[in-house]
Design a protein around this ligand. Structure first.
Ligand SMILES: [Zn+2]
Length: 139
């Protein structure tokens, strides 16, 4: 099976750092890619400011997507953290993302309930469900 997405260790580190900084509030952000390989990680503000859910303001999302477009990359997907639960999309995450961000968009969930051992997993969301995918760390 082809990897859903490729990224560098620095991109993983950036998502984990964001998750640890914002815990117990969920963090969130957007990934840009070129040819299936992540080129940048964009932090966004969780307007819910909640430990249980996240959402990105529509205007902020549009501003980030425009910046990604202008840089010649494309929207690869999203990341957010789970600060007290398992690192997989919640029913709320699936409901929110199902309509517009199915494959090839990826959804990283960064689990930081154990701060010493962050968990990084990536999923596709479609047909009202999530399916875990593999990612590749490139050098
Ligand atoms: Zn979630």
């Amino acid at each position: 099976m082809a990897h859903a997405i490729r990224l560098r260790q620095e991109h993983i580190d950036a998502m984990v750092k964001h998750a640890l900084e914002d815990a117990p509030i969920e963090c969130c952000g957007i990934l840009a890619a070129v040819d299936g390989e992540v080129v940048s990680v964009h932090r966004a503000r969780n307007v819910e400011a909640s430990p249980y859910r996240f959402s990105i303001h529509g205007l902020e999302q549009r501003r980030i997507e425009e910046a990604i477009d202008e840089s010649g990359a494309h929207l690869a997907g999203f990341y957010h953290s789970h600060t007290g639960s398992e690192a997989r999309p919640s029913p709320t995450d699936i409901r929110m993302m199902n309509a517009f961000f199915g494959p090839p968009y990826v959804h990283f969930v960064i689990g930081v309930s154990d701060r010493e051992n962050p968990v990084v997993r990536v999923f596709y969301i479609e047909d009202g469900a999530s399916s875990e995918q593999e990612f590749e760390v490139v050098h």
